[in-house]
Write a protein of this length. Structure first.
Length: 117
């Protein structure tokens, strides 16, 4: 089963969910703000992609992170920040046994679906 991690109010997450529903692809949605995230989840994701990809540097929350912390960012600091402030997670995150992606692209997801057929 595909799990989509994001925030209900996020436009990109809504677009991704609408796309999945249009393709009749069964999935579950996990709101990282309401349902939470844990360090094991973040570590698992950071093992599948570079931790930089998990950090949303376009968010308003990122702009509130001190300049010193932004310049001296490490995997451990980034995951701790995301854990403390889930809006720092780039979203949506897609996770299934055979698929993992951060961010939504219809083309990339379409390529994945084509391989599953």
């Amino acid at each position: 089963m595909l799990t989509v991690y994001g925030i209900r109010s996020c436009d990109t997450c809504r677009k991704a969910r609408k796309f999945l529903e249009s393709k009749k692809l069964e999935h579950q949605f996990h709101d990282v703000r309401d349902d939470g995230i844990d360090i094991q989840m973040l570590e698992r994701w950071a093992d599948r992609v570079d931790w930089h990809q998990l950090l949303n540097k376009r968010s308003l929350t990122w702009r509130k992170v001190s300049e010193v912390d932004r310049n001296d960012m490490s995997r451990e600091k980034a995951l701790a920040l995301i854990l403390d402030q889930p809006t720092l997670l780039k979203r949506p995150v897609f996770e299934a046994d055979s698929y993992f992606a951060v961010g939504f692209s219809e083309k990339r997801f379409g390529d994945f679906l084509a391989k599953q057929s």
